[in-house]
Structures are given as structure tokens and as C-alpha cells.
Design a protein around this ligand. Structure first.
Ligand SMILES: *Cc1c(COP(=O)(O)O)cnc(C)c1O
Ligand code: SF4
Length: 435
């Protein structure tokens, strides 16, 4: 079984398959890789990417920077510096300049950081009543990086933007003080980048604290897609599975939130075996992905993915709409199209796979689903619906926006039949801290 080996800008030219690419592709990787996160590993290279067809290969596009991912003026500015051998400082400065023009923290994530005993808990986000997100400080990287990732500011060392927290004790105190919380979601980066003994340092105290409100421990991870050997043959794979088993034995539900973008990630012997081992611990695997141009903007990809997931005993959970960040001009799918892709895929799978919900925007007020397109009194509208809301009362209450084929996000939409969306006034009060 392979040992994990990763490649970044520093050494990617050592990848044998890369040396066969045309010069301008290799240069583009270098240029774009100076701005957007870039890390890939031997599993992705050897088992997922079809190198005979790399230009159209979804996993190549998912992991390797490509020229089109930067706007032409950004690309040229960076290419210019590299061509004339500019200093490290100059390159770094330009890279940061470009990054700050790419909307590094979309959808107001900073507004979800709670205050507790007068201190901001930087490693926690608490937006929806039942679920707390926890960002363990050693889990803020991944086995490879997705070129579309909205967490990219955490990987490129803009340190003041980093969410992280070491103290699990604070998390436990927070949970004790908030009996309405039933779920803790470990996220990152990818928390399963951590060695088992580090992850244990977070999870065992949580189990020992025996919090009556805590029902579910979720782990949000792309390890099944990017490094299934994490569950098979890493030095501490068996200990990791033992930890999963102990979570289940303690009476908590272990929800493994697996990130898959394409059915190709479900087809290797390694991922099949890894899924089997995880399920044998008693964990349940739910799956989610954003819908993205140039990767999976095709209903066929989604229905195959959901069917294959069900056949592997996983549960399709969410389809997200890509946030407006990073290479959005390259990956963005308009709302009307995301809805069509969802509908076409959904109607072609059995009810067993229709556990999936979407397409959904994780926006400022909540998770907003585009649940239909229809005509009301002769006006064509989007039907929208909260799957999660900052105020739980907003959930499952349909509302309408003017149909607009260029809209990519809720902020591009105008209310139909009304001046404002029903939640807007209340949202302002909540964000101002008045509610
Ligand atoms: C999606 C999300 C959750 C989890 O929502 P579920 O619908 O329960 O899966 C929790 N917090 C934030 C900030 C989220 O975006
Ligand atoms: S695995 Fe998740 S956090 Fe890591 S780069 Fe991909 S989308 Fe971002």
C-alpha cells in the first residue's frame, strides 16, 4: 500500500506525469499556484487522474491550478513577476494583493464567532442552534487542496484570517452552557489530516465530559476522496477506526460527513475498502459537494454519484452552490442552472437516494435552497426555502425572487411581490446584536 507523499509548488515538477505536459501548462501551474492553494498527493496522481485526458479530467481540474482560474490581468501580473525573476517579497506581496481581491472570507463567516465569558472563541462557529462547528488548530490543512476551496485563505498563510483553537476545554464549557446544541462538527481544513493521537486529544475529553445534550459528533472530511489509505494503511489507521468505534460505543452518533465531487472518487479499490471499514465501526457516512462548472455541472455526474454512494451504503446529504470566492468566474454555476442540474439528477434516482437536499447556498441568513422555478400571476420566479436559518422560524417557509438567469447567489436576487425578503429586517437586527 502506498505511503503518503505530497507535492506543492516546491516539488511538483518531480511528478513524472507533469514532465510530459506542455510547457505553458507547467508555467500556468506555477503562476496560479502562487496565488491559490496547491497541494496534491500520490493517490490523486496515480489512482484518480486520467493523464491521457488530463485537460478534461475533473480531478485534474479539482486539484491542479489552471490558467483560467485567475482572471487574465491577475494571471499576467503574476506571470510577469515570475518571468523576470522577481524577489520572493515582491511575489508574496502581489500574491496577497490578488488574494484580497478574491473575496477571501465570503458569506460573513466572522459573524458566527461566539463570545463566551467575554472572550471570542476563535476556533468555534455557532450559527444554527443545534450545531457547533469546531476548528481544531492542527486540522487546518488537507491531504490535497481543491482548487475551488473557499477555505483557501487558511492555507496560504494569511495568518490573521485563520480560525483555530487549541483548547477543547473551552469547547466543553461552551457546550455545557448551551444545552440547545446537539451536534459538534469537527471541520477544517480536514480534521483527519491529524494523527489519531491528536484527534483523540480532542474527542476523548468530549466523550468523558458526558454532556447530556451532545448527541452527534460529526467529522467533515475529504480524506475518502483524497487519501483513503488514512483508513487502511497509515501508521495509525487501526487506532483511528478504534476511536470511531469508541465514539459509537459511548452512545453518540458518529456522522462522517464525506466530501465527494465526482464519481471518479468512488471507484478505486482503496475507497471501497475504506468506506467498508468506516461503516463497520458503526459510523454513518453522509455525502456532500458543491456544484461547479468544469467539474460536475452535469446531472449525469450527480445521479451516478448518488447511486454509487447508495450502493456503497452511504447517504447523499447536500448539494451546495459554490460561494463567491477564489476562482468563482471559473467554477461558478448560476442558480437557475444549479437548480436544473439538481432536478434532472434527483428525478433519475430512487427515493433511497433522495435524502439529498439542495441546491443550497450557505448564505448570511442561512442555508437557502433553490427549490423551484415557477410562474405566479404571470411572473416567472424562483421559489426559495430555508433549510437552516439564523432564526429557526424561517425554515420551511417558501419565499420568492424574480427569476434571473445571471444570478449566482442570493445577493444577486431581487424579491418578487415585495420590497424586501421577509427575513431581511430581522436579520439586520440579529447581526447588529439587538436580538
Ligand atoms: C451547514 C452548516 C451546519 C450544519 O447544518 P446541517 O443542515 O445540520 O447539516 C452548521 N453550521 C454551519 C455554519 C453550516 O454552514
Ligand atoms: S478538502 Fe475541503 S477544506 Fe480542503 S481544500 Fe478541499 S474543500 Fe477545502
Amino acid at each position: 500500500m502506498p505511503k503518503y507523499k505530497n507535492y506543492t509548488l516546491r516539488n511538483f515538477k518531480d511528478i513524472p506525469q507533469i514532465s510530459k505536459l506542455p510547457e505553458d501548462y507547467i508555467f500556468a501551474i506555477e503562476v496560479v499556484g502562487h496565488v491559490l492553494p496547491f497541494k496534491v498527493n500520490n493517490y490523486v496522481i496515480d489512482e484518480l487522474i486520467d493523464w491521457d485526458n488530463y485537460e478534461n479530467d475533473a480531478i485534474f481540474t479539482l486539484t491542479f491550478p489552471r490558467k483560467e482560474m485567475l482572471k487574465p490581468h491577475h494571471f499576467e501580473a503574476m506571470a510577469d513577476l515570475l518571468r523576470r525573476g522577481a524577489s520572493k517579497e515582491e511575489i508574496q506581496k502581489k500574491a496577497n494583493e490578488i488574494r484580497f481581491e478574491l473575496n477571501p472570507h465570503p458569506a460573513g463567516q466572522f459573524k458566527n464567532i461566539p463570545k463566551f465569558n467575554g472572550k471570542e472563541l476563535k476556533g468555534i462557529q455557532h450559527k444554527y442552534k443545534e450545531t457547533v462547528l469546531f476548528f481544531p488548530s492542527q486540522g487546518q490543512t488537507c491531504h490535497a487542496y481543491c482548487s475551488f476551496c473557499f477555505r483557501w485563505p487558511q492555507f496560504v498563510g494569511i495568518s490573521e484570517l485563520k480560525f483555530a483553537m487549541k483548547e477543547v476545554e473551552l469547547l466543553i464549557e461552551y457546550l455545557s452552557a448551551h444545552p440547545e446544541v446537539t451536534d459538534v462538527l469537527f471541520t477544517g481544513g480536514d480534521p483527519l489530516i491529524m494523527k489519531t493521537r491528536v484527534l483523540e486529544h480532542y474527542i476523548r475529553p468530549l466523550l468523558e465530559a458526558d454532556l447530556p445534550n451532545l448527541q452527534t459528533i460529526r467529522i467533515g472530511t475529504k480524506a475518502l476522496g483524497f487519501w483513503p489509505y488514512r483508513f487502511l494503511s497509515d501508521d495509525d489507521s487501526d487506532e483511528l477506526l478504534k476511536l470511531f468505534e469508541d465514539i459509537v460505543k459511548s452512545g453518540k452518533h458518529l456522522a462522517f460527513m464525506a466530501h465527494f465531487n465526482h464519481q471518479k472518487e468512488l471507484e478505486t479499490p482503496a475507497v471501497e475498502k475504506a468506506v467498508e471499514r468506516i461503516l463497520n465501526t458503526g459510523a454513518v457516512i453522509r455525502t456532500q459537494s458543491p456544484v461547479m462548472k468544469n467539474i460536475n455541472d452535469d446531472p449525469q455526474v450527480w445521479s451516478s454519484m448518488w447511486k454509487k454512494q447508495v450502493s456503497m451504503n452511504m447517504i447523499p446529504y447536500y448539494m451546495f452552490i459554490a460561494r463567491d470566492t477564489g476562482a468563482q468566474h471559473y467554477f461558478g454555476v448560476p442558480l437557475y442552472k444549479a437548480y436544473e442540474i439538481f432536478k434532472e439528477a434527483y428525478k433519475n434516482v430512487s427515493g433511497i437516494a433522495r435524502t439529498v437536499r439542495g441546491p443550497s447556498m450557505s448564505a448570511e441568513p442561512g442555508k437557502i435552497q433553490v427549490s423551484g422555478v415557477t410562474q405566479i400571476n404571470g411572473e416567472k420566479v424562483f421559489v426559495l426555502n430555508f433549510l437552516q436559518g439564523r432564526n429557526p422560524n424561517w425554515v420551511m417557509r417558501p419565499f420568492f425572487a424574480k427569476y434571473d438567469e445571471s444570478a449566482m447567489w442570493v445577493s444577486d436576487l431581487e424579491p418578487a411581490f415585495d420590497k424586501r425578503f421577509f427575513y431581511e429586517e430581522e436579520l439586520e437586527k440579529i447581526l447588529a446584536g439587538d436580538l
